[in-house]
Design a protein around this ligand. Structure first.
Ligand code: S3P
Length: 440
């Protein structure tokens, strides 16, 4: 772990003031992919400029979408995407490189399934370990083919077909990527494609597709359906701030004495702000207020302040999808709370950019905090008087959310820490350190 260590110095002052976080990653991916699928020119603003979103941009450009996005003074990308519309994606000449991005990969599988082309998807080492049969399974039932046959991991070649069959699908896991892949394919199938999830996952796809002219029905909670064939038409999308990125300054403010901050223009989508509900359940001083909307996404301000007496909480399995990317940083907050915090049914953490379940247990052990697995429950025994020892070193394992989580130990404490492979933050929040330092 000696290579590529970044020293994270304590902020040395409380976090105060008002900030914004970069554009939402999930919404940015969807704006890019739907813009590429649409007939006409879509106008996008507030798009996150990060390595993951660039994977989606590279893939759609390789298949014939005209991407004309430019860096804005606030660091976001804005401009136009002219989609391939009815003529469909162009057969890519080379494998599509999805980098580290599971969202790019899995959404592309659904996007490609209805076209008579073949495209190979590949990714970095981490992405090449992640499970794909959850996507290729239902898309194969619809008539697409994936080679090598039955393979779980990338690289995989998608063999699409313009004769896709609709599907009724009860999803085995609450996953917005899986739900979206099936719905995107269903737009082009003859008939109604219906999905049901075991728990609510983020619904950005259901909220954004109607702006692109695609009717999406939601017959009951945790259900969505599209009746094909339909077409996408260009739309304007304004991407709000990312609540998953906002979770890091929010948790930093909870932990750093004297802090009080406001984070504006964040998506307050109910399927995304589970982390704020958990912080509230831990007695943290946090509140949020809707101030408007970006398309169908509610947006608003999160206000959060230092809290000395945090208490442990239990999160039920139904709520996990609504905070799945925030569990590492919530675990760090739980390490400071009195009692045992339990994230029930958090097994999905094992198949994220890295095995975040084990990584949280190992990282908290570096801090001297006991955390353990009970089946799929992640348990953390907090220490209200926790004072990190000098000289601690954490490993991000090349995972952006772990890099930011462990950096908070140094930023909000009194001792510097070292984080190996900290540059993983480029995946979702490249300006994280500057943003958080600007509050101190
Ligand atoms: C995402 C869905 C979630 C999340 C990921 C982004 C999306 O993944 O963890 O960061 O944009 O649809 P799963 O669908 O695997 O739960």
């Amino acid at each position: 772990m000696s290579t590529n260590l970044t020293t994270i110095e304590p902020l040395g002052a409380p976090l105060t003031g008002t900030m914004r976080v970069p554009g939402d990653k999930s919404i940015s991916h969807r704006s890019v992919l739907f813009g590429a699928m649409a007939e006409g020119t879509s106008h996008l603003t507030g798009v996150l400029d990060s390595a993951d979103v660039r994977s989606s941009l590279g893939a759609v450009a390789a298949m014939g979408a005209q991407v004309n996005l430019e860096k804005q003074p606030d660091g976001s990308l804005a401009g136009t995407i002219t989609g391939w519309g009815e003529s469909g994606p162009r057969q890519p000449e080379e494998p599509l490189d999805c980098g580290n991005s599971g969202t790019t990969t899995r959404l592309l599988m659904g996007l490609l399934a209805p076209w008579d082309i073949q495209a190979t998807l590949q990714g970095d080492e981490s992405l090449s370990r992640r499970p794909m049969r959850r996507i290729t399974g239902p898309l194969s039932q619809m008539g697409a083919r994936f080679t090598p046959d039955g393979q779980e991991t990338l690289p995989l070649t998608v063999h699409g077909t313009c004769e896709l069959q609709p599907l009724r699908y009860e999803m085995p896991v609450a996953s917005a990527q899986l739900k979206t892949a099936v719905l995107l394919a269903g737009i082009f199938a003859q008939g109604t494609t219906w999905v049901q999830e075991p728990a609510p996952s983020r619904d950005h796809t259901e909220l954004m597709l109607p702006a692109f002219g695609v009717a999406v029905e939601r017959p009951a909670a945790c259900q969505a359906q599209v009746t094909g064939p339909q077409r996408l038409h260009a739309a304007d999308v304004d991407v709000p701030g990312d609540p998953s990125s906002a979770a890091f300054p929010a948790c930093a403010a909870v932990l750093a004495p004297g802090s009080s901050i406001r984070i504006e223009n964040v998506s307050l989508n109910a399927a995304r702000i589970g982390f704020a509900q958990v912080l509230k359940a831990m007695d943290a001083q946090i509140s949020w207020k809707q101030t408007g909307a970006a398309g169908e996404e509610p947006i608003g301000t999160i206000s959060v302040a230092h809290t000395a007496d945090l208490k442990a909480t239990t999160v039920e399995p139904q709520a996990i999808a609504g905070m799945v990317d925030e569990i590492p940083v919530l675990s760090l907050v739980a390490a400071h709370a009195s009692g045992v915090t339990r994230f029930k049914g958090a097994g999905e953490l094992r198949v994220k950019e890295t095995d975040r379940f084990q990584a949280v247990i190992d990282g908290l052990a570096v801090l001297g905090v006991r955390a353990w697995a009970e089946g799929d429950d992640l348990c953390i025994e907090g220490q209200p008087d926790l004072q990190p020892q000098p000289g601690l070193t954490f490993d991000s394992l090349d995972d952006h959310r772990l890099a930011m989580t462990w950096s908070l130990v140094g930023l909000t404490g009194t001792e510097p820490v070292q984080v190996a492979r900290f540059d993983a933050i480029r995946i979702s929040y490249p300006t994280f350190l500057d943003d958080i330092r600007s509050l101190a």
